[in-house]
Write a protein that binds this ligand. Sequence first.
Ligand code: NAP
Ligand code: HSE
Length: 437
Amino acid sequence: MQEDQDMAECIKKVALLGMGTVGSGVYEILQKQRDHMPDKIGCVLEVAKVLVRNKAKYADRIAPELLTDQWQEVLSDDSIEIVVEVMGGIEPARTYIKEALAKGKHIVTANKDLMATHGHELLEDAKKYGCDLLFEAAVAGGVPIIRPMKQCLLGNDITEVMGIINGTTNFILTKMSEEGMDFDEALKLAQDLGYAEADPTADVEGHDAGRKLAIMASIAFHTPVIFQDVYTEGISKITAKDIRYAHELGYEIKLLGIAKRTTEGIEVRVHPTMIPSDHPLSAIKDSFNAVFLHGDAVDDVMFYGRGAGSLPTGSAVVGDLMDIARNMQYHCTGRIGCSCFQQVPIKQMADTKTSYFIRMKLEDRAGTLAALAGVFGSNNVSISMLVQKAKEDDTAEVVIVTYDVAEKQFMDSMTVISTMSMVKKVSSIIRVYHKEV
Ligand code: NAP
Ligand code: HSE
């Protein structure tokens, strides 16, 4: 009896903004965990309102007294202490979060679009009002990465964070790599299976990964990085032949988000990358995500799991909710806010350094390779490997891998090479990742 009373006294009311893929996962997990919550976190998290646009759509799943299409009903309800934003998009999500923070409500969001562009502003608001604003689900869905970087790894200077942080493109590249599918066939399969949206641009062109990378880089390097700072290049030009050649050379092709701390500033880029087959990231298949980082104390660490989906993403959101509920009971909300305490310059893509794989068709005659080597040499591009592949009539397919070189020098040489009469076609240019020693 006393126990029931204590529990009744410790109910934390939550509003869900959105009841789609993520919202329904959160709702399900909260119901399933209800009986364990008093032991796990000392109170019960109870959904008191669910905000959607079209109430009729949800009438069969959500009790009518919980459903609303009026934000003011949530905002003005002082019994609601935590708001979970799982609607997506920038507006009205940004305004709703700012208004909720101003009323002292704590926030959990899964919204990478918003956090990658307005995260700094929202975290400043959270600080001003002494609130928690947690967003574990915004990067790599169910894979814990934000809390590990902000807490467990805080004793490190992180020098590199890179990851496979888009499941759709990893699924497509896996099908191309393992089943020899071409890009269009693999994309169609991803759409049929519900991984890829009808408009797959954000995933395929690297924008989704770019947003997640911006969020991770800000936290890893303690400096503001927004989506617009990230260079993005997608996978739509990768062919089955590129993947075959990559295998021959001992690489897998992955869409990597790479954030690096260098002496000249931070590199943040998302692009298809040839990664050595013995690197742990090359083994990440299908729609799985993984983040690999290097800290000066911990050395290499990798996090792996499901980057999307109702329950995996719900798992991250509920973890944040439970953390907030604990903080509220110990009167220590707002203790982990924005991690940016410095302004580190962000390098232009032209100044970043990497190695390159080039596949091209050349006239198969004396002097062709010497002419190419001359252009590379005059731009300080050093060749680490050159192989002549298939030959058709008087045209030879040649594969070249360079040593690390500044993007500008490499691209300057390719501008000249692509106009040379003996160069019939530059078929692919793919950056190659090597671990720095
Ligand atoms: P979703 O399935 O499209 O669901 C969106 C929900 O939000 C719907 O219930 C929708 O209600 C509601 N909503 C949208 N705009 C609204 C508005 N202006 N006012 C009130 N309700 C509104 O989206 P989702 O896949 O769950 O994604 C939600 C967020 O989580 C996004 O920020 C996404 O980037 C992030 N995320 C998703 C995943 C994933 O696996 N899906 C993984 C990680 C992060 P109506 O149906 O009535 O329009
Ligand atoms: N569209 C994303 C992906 C999932 O394919 O990984 C949501 O972040």
